[in-house]
Design a protein. Structure first.
Length: 313
């Protein structure tokens, strides 16, 4: 049994070290720009990485101010019946309707516990995400510039690793398409837990934020389907790999951004045709988040995501 002090020493950088690391992210992002397409695309990648840097720093600052407790990746859909829902990083359940919470940040984002550490709603969205909704109604007392019938961008393109707090503190057993593995993987509630390499990928390999496809992003979490991952007596089975609840975005020349618990961020290039299938921006959630399951036997992308997500209990 490792001591708590040992776990804490391995969990992540100090805030000072983190600021240095995140300060380098923008420079590192510039180094990868020549490998990505077009000057407009390059600018979007740079802005995307900067958004990630700021949001990840806010995530770490929240942890530092809250006795090592992680902000939760999602509510559980029960409203205030579960007190832990108050600690979800977002309560917005995105879709393509014109409801105010889809397009107006003050309906949710600016009221959540994480926002006080960033004060910038723009960092919750990748600039390359062009998905929009048509305003159906205005919030009570709304005095902003938009009007009913106007086409406007949605507020968020980013999701958080489900296993960082789960559905209001609950595991994946109630998730869409989740099989027997749902009860075999824990939800992590403290940053120091991520320093235990025996039950987590480790802070440098546990992703925190990821850009999600606009045709499947809904709740605040990105639930990596762990079908085929070894646990207990179950052997690894790559033939069973699939995307069931969520799928990563590929806004930047077949690549997307992720941040990790140690503070670093990266652009990862996706490989599989299933991951890179055309978007279905038809006014409804048509991607995996709609309940559809996309089989991807031996998929490199599924294997990579499983490896940076969680470990069995």
């Amino acid at each position: 049994m490792k001591s708590n002090s040992s776990l804490q020493s391995k969990a992540a950088f100090t805030l000072t070290e983190l600021c240095v690391v995140l300060g380098c992210v923008a420079v590192l992002a510039m180094l990868v720009l020549p490998a990505l397409a077009g000057s407009k695309g390059n600018s979007q990648v740079f802005q995307c990485m900067e958004n990630t840097r700021r949001l990840t720093l806010a995530w770490r600052m929240y942890v530092e101010d809250n006795s090592d407790q992680l902000i939760l990746s999602s509510d559980d859909g029960t409203g205030w019946a579960n007190p832990l829902n108050a600690y979800a990083w977002t309560l917005t359940h995105l879709d393509f309707s014109g409801k105010p919470s889809n397009w107006e940040p003050t309906m949710d984002i600016t009221t959540r516990p994480l926002y006080q550490y960033s004060k910038s709603p723009g960092i919750y969205k990748c600039p390359a995400d062009t998905s929009k909704v048509t305003i159906a109604s205005l919030p009570n007392g709304y005095t902003g510039p938009h009007k009913i019938g106007e086409s406007v961008p949605r507020v968020r393109s980013i999701s958080m690793n489900f296993f960082l707090g789960g559905f209001g503190g609950h595991d994946a057993s109630s998730g869409i398409g989740v099989g027997a593995w749902g009860t075999k993987f824990p939800v992590y509630r403290k940053l120091t837990e991520l320093g235990n390499s025996g039950r987590t990928p480790g802070p440098a390999k546990t992703f925190v934020f990821i850009d999600e496809r606009p045709d499947c992003i809904n709740w605040g979490c990105f639930l990596t389907d762990m079908t085929g991952y070894p646990y207990g007596t179950h052997q690894q089975s790559p033939a069973q790999y699939q995307w069931a609840a969520d799928m990563p975005a590929s806004y930047h020349n077949y690549a997307g951004r992720l941040s990790f618990a140690d503070g670093h961020a990266e652009i990862h290039r996706w490989q599989d045709n299933v991951t890179l299938q055309p978007l279905k921006l038809d006014g409804v959630l048509s991607g995996p988040g709609s309940g559809a399951i996309f089989s991807d036997p031996h998929g490199q992308d599924v294997a990579w995501m499983q490896n940076v997500t969680a470990r069995p209990r």
